[in-house]
Design a protein around this ligand. Sequence first.
Ligand SMILES: [Cu+2]
Ligand SMILES: [Zn+2]
Length: 209
Amino acid sequence: MMHKSRLMRCSIRLTILAMVLAMLLLSGCGGSRQEQESPAGTAAAPPPAPVKVAIAELTALGESGVRGRVVFTEQAGKLRVEADVTGLSPGEHGFHVHEFGDCSAPDGTSAGPHFNPQDMPHAGPDSPEAHAGDLGNITADANGRGVLTLSTDRITLDSGPNSVLGRGVIVHASQDDLMTQPTGAAGARLACGVIKLQGGETTPVLPPT
Ligand SMILES: [Cu+2]
Ligand SMILES: [Zn+2]
């Protein structure tokens, strides 16, 4: 009898000991996890401002078969433009931001003229004076795919006069000669897309009625 009750007391003590050990271990783990989150006990840095990204999904105008996507990313005070377009004839094709985010006309004329908030002449993206929307040419390979990356401070994704949010992107049939006024003689409009902020709502810019 004595023997049995001593055994019971012993096992109760062991159970309590195990519980205390478990609690110590758990609190220990929590502590180390916290240390990992804010190293060296410093206050957590404020989260970085979200990088603004806008996308234009280009769809074919008429029967052109040209389509693609243009991604605009704010980066170091500039706007990076990355385009990937398929269905083109090999060679150079005029590539612009146009004033209106309206791709409804089968020939793309609903997108209006080149985006030109400062009333500049037509030129190329490297000219000191050009339409804000003059992005030059996109060059298609033998398979009709054109990829372009450029960086510009002429257009933005903010609410300023040079914002391209809600405006249109047009890919043309011909090469932009970066000279002929006001279109660069880039010919027919083959694909069109409206520039929309990713993860937000963008109202297309339309001509005044
Ligand atoms: Cu154009
Ligand atoms: Zn232009």
